[in-house]
Design a protein around this ligand. Structure first.
Ligand SMILES: [Zn+2]
Length: 137
């Protein structure tokens, strides 16, 4: 297993009623010439956690930070009007927190960041620093 020291959080930048699944993301990312879906986990609105790219493989979700990180994306991030928004459902919030906690136990995680801390983007459309402090992470 490669050394994993960081978790980077994303959204899929899709609207509430968009069809967005691991398979549709995988198709899209492959259409960009990537060999597989860029994220390691995708969290559906109902709280389902779907595996994406295998953890032992370097992801493609945050240029310059992929080698030692895990990329997690929740489905959503854009409201019905097309604006960036924290659209996480209660189930997604609960499951995201648990997944991060579990990964912290399994890997020597040093830091957790939102994609927007590394790129000029809204992703993941919520304040990860505030979320971390609210949850004592
Ligand atoms: Zn992102």
């Amino acid at each position: 297993m490669r050394k994993i020291t960081e978790i980077i959080l994303h959204c899929t930048a899709t609207r509430p009623n968009d069809h967005c699944t691991v398979e549709s993301i995988r198709r899209y990312h492959r259409s960009l010439g990537w060999r597989d879906i860029g994220y390691h986990y995708v969290i559906y609105q109902d709280g389902g956690v779907l595996p994406g790219r295998p953890l032992e493989e370097v992801g493609a979700h945050c240029p310059g930070h992929n080698a030692n990180s895990i990329g997690i994306a929740y489905v959503g991030g854009i409201d019905a009007d097309g604006h960036p928004s924290d659209t996480r459902t209660e189930a997604q919030r609960l499951v995201l927190l648990q997944l991060v906690k579990d990964l912290m136990e399994e890997h020597p995680i040093i830091s957790i960041h939102g994609h927007n801390e590394y790129a000029n983007r809204a992703c993941p459309c919520f304040d990860v620093r505030q979320w971390l402090s609210e949850n004592n992470l």
